[in-house]
Design a binder for this molecule. Structure first.
Ligand code: ADP
Length: 833
């Protein structure tokens, strides 16, 4: 309300602004005027002073010239002699005529008006012109002095009753013509009319002025006498007199010695600016003055201008401010009109909304009494409008919900509140409602405006949605399949417990990870590309089989199906991945393949074995059969028969060894081989073995040597000695078989928990690719067809089986062409030592 008054009441800001502007303009105008006044006055004073100085100088100059005239005449001896002649001979008419011509030349050429020759007895003897020739008392008095002293004198301006004009006299004493004659015999009086030169000097003024003048005064007794003609009064010359005591009179000030430019009054009593000067060598004072009014004329003119400008400025600013104020008022009323119009439109609009709104709109007072309700409210609650108005809003609430109070307490703090509750219709049926309540202030009185919406349908839809979500959640959670929801970046959003179990991370741990974190690096690129294709709708679904790295580092195989879930608009919501752990299946498949390959290999080996065996058996059998039939023949020498029997014996042994091998292998495979642990003296057993093979060395050009690093006593070993020797003899047999020349060394060395045996040869060696396989049954490095060496491919596999039965392991190191070393351990504890 206050602000309204302020807006269209007295326009104080404008008035204050106007006052400030007007005062500033007045002050500035005044200051400006004062500065002009000061400058003008200073100019006038300077001018007056300069003019007064000039006049004084001119007067002095004029006087000096007059005196110089007198001195010149006094010293002009021929002339003086003429005058002397005339005084002595007054009847000399020609001389008189000469002298008169001389006198006439003075008056004609200078400012002398009369020339009079007076003898020393003050008698006028000659004159020109013939008027005003009288010598008055004033002059007579001075003349006697001049005649006496012989000095040239210029009198003051005076008036003599017998002379018709005011004048000055130049008195020139004339001395006798002799050189030593200093007697003044006469005086020449040249009467000067000041009106001719002196007054014009005073009257001339170098600039145009209405009132300016210069005047000369001197003092006579107690009076000031004005010597010259004055501008503003007639007949003043020697006639105008003023008392010395007259206050502020410029002449009186001059007499008092005030030689400056100052305010004063003149002989008319008019205020003037006057400069007073003393004229040196005279009793005169010169006063140069100008009427104050004239001096200030220009100032008054400027003052008028300043006042005019100031007033104009004030009027202008007043006008502008008034204009601005008017505009502001117009705008104010226009705004008011506009806002009023908008308000009316809004009111109409709101009335319309209120009436036709699809929501229940109630206005309740602070005690929750309904003061306004719209049509929808009446329709929903089944009350007539007048029934609703005046009712307490609490009566609309279900009896099972509390009273409004608590909710609206919060509303009091925040100003608005949205909540759901249950309301009741007139017929007692209830319905869920969402209420958005707001505090409103109408004309300073607080009300609550509540907008309510029947949310029965929404609630039902929510319930259906909730159930469907719950179903989905259950399916997701309880699915035996591993399931995960991810974002576009493959970041985990939700996982089920099957997924956690499969991948080994907890649900919380997974939330910070993406699929990349546990996908085997080999598959990441393919995953990325496929997901992009999926998002771009290039493929409908993405299937893949890939490896996952579990939290513990183990690798599993999973078969994953990834679908994108989109909203109604087809926008990406999340990716749903279902993963099946196929590690076991993969393993089974691999094993199956391996088994198949193995079966095929063993089949191949068995075929080779049969070839071998038939060959290995047939060779000694042929020998036995062949040599046995030879034995039957007659006439065989004893020597030959012995040889034949040897061959048969060796072939029998060979056959036996093959059969032994086959039997051993059969026993091993059927698990019938038993271990018979007893104590053996290792070194002894090895020495025996070495001796058994000794016979082979010579024919083959091979050295066999044994290394027993421990003393006999120290190696009483608990083991199956037969098996140990069998292993070693197999290995040594092989060494002889595959060594052309060189050395075969066998023995053992003591390791921490076991004994490590070795058989080293300098034979053909075994290529790396065969080194693992030679321990397989029936495996031989060279093929059965092109074989150079006899054998069945069983020896090493039997060795391996025995070593493992004894609790050790067997391996080999070999360089093809340089030899092989077979090693094996037995854990047997050595006894004694
Ligand atoms: P075989 O009765 O054929 O000798 P083994 O099982 O004893 O059967 O040996 C398998 C194969 O291992 C042999 O055929 C041979 O190719 C290779 N082999 C075994 N010992 C040696 C060795 N000391 N030097 C080179 N090759 C060897």
């Amino acid at each position: 309300m206050n602000s309204k008054n302020h807006n269209h009441g007295t326009p104080w800001p404008f008035i204050v602004l106007f006052y400030v502007l007007a005062s500033s303009a007045s002050v500035l105008g005044f200051i400006y005027y004062k500065s002009i006044e000061k400058n003008l006055l200073a100019d006038t004073i300077d001018q007056l002073s300069a003019i007064a100085d000039l006049k004084v100088r001119q007067i002095i100059q004029w006087r000096d010239e007059r005196l110089a005239d007198g001195i010149f005449l006094r010293g002009n001896t021929p002339h003086v002699r003429q005058f002397s002649g005339f005084i002595q001979d007054p009847g000399n008419k020609s001389l008189e005529a000469d002298l008169l011509r001389s006198l006439r030349s003075y008056t004609d050429n200078y400012d002398y008006r009369n020339a009079v020759l007076v003898d020393r007895y003050q008698t006028v003897r000659l004159f020109y012109p013939d008027q005003d020739t009288i010598i008055g008392d004033y002059l007579r008095e001075l003349l006697s002095g001049v005649i006496e002293k012989g000095e040239v004198v210029l009198t003051d301006i005076h008036h003599s009753g017998k002379v018709s004009f005011v004048h000055l006299d130049l008195m020139v004493p004339l001395k006798g013509p002799g050189v030593n004659d200093s007697t003044v015999f006469a005086a020449l009086v040249l009467r000067i009319d000041p009106g001719k030169i002196l007054y014009p000097i005073l009257q001339s003024w170098p600039v145009v002025s209405r009132t300016a003048e210069a005047l000369l005064i001197h003092v006579e007794g107690e009076e000031i006498v004005y010597l010259n003609k004055l501008r503003h009064t007639d007949d003043a010359e020697l006639a105008l007199r003023k008392p010395l005591t007259q206050q502020n009179l410029s002449a009186a000030m001059a007499v008092q010695g005030i030689m400056e430019t100052t305010d004063a009054i003149d002989y008319r009593g008019v205020p003037v600016l006057a400069t007073m000067k003393k004229v040196p060598g005279t009793t005169w004072f010169l006063i140069a003055k100008i009427d104050r009014e004239e001096a200030y004329d220009q100032l008054y003119e400027r003052r008028g201008q300043v006042i005019l400008i100031t007033v104009l400025f004030i009027l202008m600013s007043g006008f502008c401010l008034a204009f601005l104020w008017r505009r502001q008022r117009i705008r104010y009323f226009k705004d008011k009109y506009e806002s009023e119009r908008e308000r009316m439109a809004l009111v109409k609009h709101f009335d319309y909304i209120l009436k036709n709104a699809n929501d229940i709109i109630l206005l309740v007072d602070k005690d929750f009494i309904i003061v306004e309700a719209n049509d929808k409210a009446c329709e929903t609650y089944q009350f007539a409008r007048q029934e609703l108005i005046g009712k307490n809003a609490n009566q609309l609430r279900s009896q099972f919900t509390g009273r409004i109070g608590n909710d609206y307490q919060i509303l009091g703090d925040t100003g608005h509140l949205t909540y759901e509750t249950v309301h009741r219709r007139k017929d007692g049926t209830e319905f869920p409602i969402e209420i958005s309540a707001r505090k409103v202030d109408i004309e300073g009185v607080p009300y609550y405006q509540s907008i309510g919406r029947d949310i029965t349908e929404r609630k039902q839809a929510d319930e259906i949605l909730r159930e469907s979500e719950e179903r989905f959640r259950k399916i997701f959670e309880e699915s035996p399949f591993s399931m995960a929801m991810t974002g576009k970046d493959m970041g985990m959003i939700k996982v089920n417990s099957a997924f956690c179990n499969m991948i080994g991370y907890s649900e919380d741990e997974l939330m910070g990870l993406t699929f990349r974190n546990f996908t085997h690096p080999d598959h990441i690129n393919h995953d990325d590309v496929s997901l992009l294709r999926l998002v771009a709708n290039d493929i409908p679904v993405y299937h893949t089989k890939k490896r996952y790295i579990r939290k513990d580092g183990s690798v599993i195989w999973g078969s994953a199906t990834i679908n994108l879930i989109r909203n109604n608009k087809g926008e990406f919501q999340f990716a749903l991945a279902m993963v099946e752990d196929i590690t076991a299946r993969r393993k089974a498949e691999t094993e199956l393949i391996a088994a198949k390959e193995k079966a095929e290999e063993s089949d191949r080996l068995k075929t080779a074995f049969l070839h071998n065996v038939s060959h290995e058996i047939r060779t000694p059998m042929n020998a036995i059969l062949g040599f046995s039939s030879l034995l039957n023949e007659t006439g065989i020498a004893e020597e030959e028969r012995k040889q034949f029997v040897d061959v048969i014996f060796q072939s029998g042994n060979q056959l036996l060894s093959i059969i032994n091998d086959i039997v051993d292998l059969a026993s091993i495979e059927s698990g019938q081989v038993k271990i018979n642990i007893r104590e053996i003296v290792l070194n002894q057993e090895l020495r025996k073995l070495s001796e058994q093979f000794a016979y082979k060395q010579k024919p083959l050009n091979i050295t066999l040597s044994l290394e027993t690093p421990l003393p006999d006593k120290a190696v009483h070993v608990m083991t199956d000695g037969t098996k140990l020797i069998q292993i070693l003899s197999n290995l040594i047999n092989n060494a002889f078989k595959f060594t052309k020349k060189g050395r075969i060394t066998f023995g053992y060395s003591q390791k921490e928990n076991c004994l490590e045996f070795f058989v080293r040869d300098t034979g053909v060696g075994i290529a790396p690719e065969h080194q693992k396989k030679v321990f397989d049954r029936f495996y031989q490095v060279d093929s059965a067809v092109s074989r150079h060496y006899s054998g069945t491919g069983l020896g090493l596999s039997i060795c391996k089986a025995y070593v493992e039965l004894l609790g050790g392991r067997i391996w080999l190191t070999s360089q093809p062409g340089e030899g092989s070393m077979f090693c094996f351990t037995i854990p047997g504890k050595k006894k004694g030592g």
